[in-house]
Design a protein around this ligand. Structure first.
Ligand code: PLP
Length: 403
């Protein structure tokens, strides 16, 4: 069927964005199908297996008949276990009433916005950032107000100028992703404190996207929700996707004040009724059972990070931090693009794919560019490619850059 009936679509569909990393992935697959070698650094998916005890927990649940509907906010033992786990790691007193189980972390974004933003309200969100923020704000009739990051001594830092410029009396929400996709940025305690002050001063409600909380190689994760005055105005986006290599299982949670979580659970009733019943028993086993699975995932990812950073930092015209968390690198490639004579991101991305097989996303896949952005960046995800292939692919990229 053609698209001749587009004029019958609802107006809001024109404001619905997408996750263009999936398009890069499809393009890389096409290139590979033509017989070329591809080194996949484009998608934040994991090529590692879900821990065996999680698989067995879900299998057992299927055999035990956990195949009907379950409560809209999720099974009670999982809500209790998550409240204890996240409460413990965040220093918060949480109960099951603070937890709504969701079919992934991603649905929390749209439901948070839908629950708390009226059309015309302004919402602060990071750009570069996870592209679904911008899409969901605009789809639901809000005004998307991007804030940025700037390079610091050994990590990216929040761009306070952009935050101060974008906030107004109409701003209702702040979407914040510490341990950030795509930059790998992590806020210092001082930066988190300053942000909490900003939130209070402007009376904002916060979505704290903590998708990468447990994907860390040194230090301890910190949350904005743990700071004084924040818990009562913050919803945490939790996901099982990354920690337990469960991206395709689709399970996450919204964790926060009961008055918001209750509304999110009511949105569940209207959307999917409940998250997959037996999958929740697998996740319960993951949270409460033995932990060698997630430890092994982090061990492998750390090895990959080091292999990738070790090579990227030797490529002329490329600079790259070594983030302690996430599985992303966000190297600056301004010099490389100048050296190659490339004027557009797409020229860089497409030529690198065709001449080296290395496939990655660029700044453009993570929201609109902000005024005054002069430096050029690309994103490498190392979650779906082995250390050996990282070395091979980035070795090729290096030779190509030097040519
Ligand atoms: N938030 C961020 C920052 C992400 O990068 C992702 C996935 O890549 C998600 C949320 C959602 O992941 P999921 O829906 O698999 O939990």
């Amino acid at each position: 069927m053609g698209s001749t009936r587009d004029h019958r679509l609802a107006g809001r569909i024109g404001r619905l964005g997408t996750e263009t990393a999936f398009a890069v992935s499809a393009e890389a697959d096409e290139w590979q199908a033509l017989g070329h070698t591809v080194y996949p650094f484009h998608l934040g998916d994991l090529d590692l297996p879900t821990p065996q005890n999680v698989v067995e927990g879900a299998e057992r649940a299927i055999r035990d008949g956990k195949t009907g509907y379950c409560p809209n906010a999720g099974i009670m033992p999982l809500r209790e276990a998550l409240a204890a786990d996240v409460g413990g790691s965040h220093g918060l007193s949480l109960g099951p009433e603070n937890v709504a189980i969701e079919p992934g972390g991603k649905p929390v974004i749209g439901k948070f916005v839908l629950a708390l933003m009226d059309p015309g309200d302004e919402v602060l969100y990071p750009s570069p950032g996870y592209p679904i923020y911008e899409s969901q704000i605009e789809f639901h009739g809000g005004v998307a107000k991007p804030y940025g990051y700037v390079p610091g001594a050994d990590d990216f830092e929040l761009d306070w100028d952009s935050l101060e410029r974008q906030v107004s009396p109409h701003t209702r929400l702040l979407l914040f992703n510490n341990l950030q996709n795509p930059t790998g940025a992590e806020s210092s305690p001082e930066e988190l404190e300053r942000l909490a002050g900003f939130v209070l001063a402007h009376d904002l409600l916060v979505l704290s996207d903590e998708a990468y909380w447990d994907i860390r190689y040194a230090g301890t994760s910190r949350s904005l929700a743990s700071l004084p005055g924040m818990a009562e105005r913050t919803v945490i986006l939790y996901t099982f996707s990354k920690k337990f290599a469960m991206t395709g299982w689709r399970l996450g949670a919204a964790i926060g004040p009961r008055w918001i979580v209750d509304v999110i659970a009511r949105l569940n009733v209207n959307d999917e009724s409940c998250s997959n019943h037996f999958v929740q028993y697998g996740a319960l086993e993951g949270l409460t059972g033995e932990q060698s699975g997630p430890r092994e995932i982090v061990r492998v990812l750390r090895e990959r990070r080091d292999a990738a950073v070790d090579i990227l930092t030797t490529i002329p015209g490329v600079t790259c931090y070594r983030p302690d968390a996430t599985f992303y690198l966000y190297p600056e490639v301004t010099g490389l693009m100048e050296h190659k004579g490339f004027t557009s991101y797409e020229q860089l991305r497409r030529t690198a794919l065709e001449e080296t097989g290395v496939s990655f996303c660029t700044r453009l896949h993570f929201g609109r560019e902000l005024p005054g952005e002069e430096r050029r960046y690309v994103r490498f995800a190392y979650s779906g490619i082995s250390t050996e292939r990282i070395e091979e692919g980035l070795g090729r990229l290096k030779a190509w850059a030097e040519a």
